[in-house]
Design a protein around this ligand. Sequence first.
Ligand SMILES: [Zn+2]
Length: 306
Amino acid sequence: MNPSTDILKLTWKEIEALPKDRTILFLIFAPVEEHSHHMPLGVDLILGETWKNKAIEMISARNPDYNLLTMPPIPFAQGSIKGFPGNLHVSQRTIYRVSCEIIDKIAEWGIKNIVIIASHGEPKHLIAIEEACDKINKKHGICAISPMGAFFSYDELGIDLNFPEQVKEQLKKYPNDFHAGWIETSAILDIDENLVKKDYKNLPDTKVEEKEMIFPDKVNKKIAGLGHIGFPRLATKELGKLINNNSAEYICKVTLAFALRLDFKKYQHHSLYKIPFLRTNFIRNVLRVVGLIIVLISIYLWIKIR
Ligand SMILES: [Zn+2]
């Protein structure tokens, strides 16, 4: 039996009748995007879907009295990898506005637990959705969380993801595996080996430091003609199984913490959330301040000259 229900199969009367505080709705928000020579454009969406489904199984086994709802994913994102066909990237502002409007609507249905699975590591994408959750939580009371930013920056936030030893070792030896490297390739191998082209073991490593990741031009130069950041050749199905289980375990844990409103705040934001220039309104706010200063100087000069 499928422990979750697709909202596409419900009537509005059935949505209305749901016990709202015992209902959790999952929404995947990740892009169609290139994943190097060896993997298809749907990797982020396939991972989000897999992790969500596994998490749903775990939640229903542990807390069977929740109604677990799913809905179709939103298949685009903010992204900075350029120069490849197949990317469905939009601006950070678009992500913010789409998130605000969609979460607002779902909150108006009365749903009190909206969990957004943004299975796409781009900080500006994650931060825009987190900003939207903050805004809607202020408007309707706490009802939405997007926990993947905290997942992707667990180390900086001091969150223990309880990685199995094998994954821990590999992360230590081959860190900065940001995109279509051993992490994502392993995870897809575990889901369906046929989705990975057999020659992934021949792809060269591309090395990008973590601090370089906020300078897209630098990254794009390093990965030109390839499309991955990291070490796809080191992927294994075995690692993938561990990674997929671990990701689902995290989503299950955070979702239950959020539904019970217990100790969930540390999962609300990416570690880079506090960096002003990664926020959606940064340029607008700078322009506002500059505009205000110009107006004040003009008024001052006008009074003096008069
Ligand atoms: Zn990806």
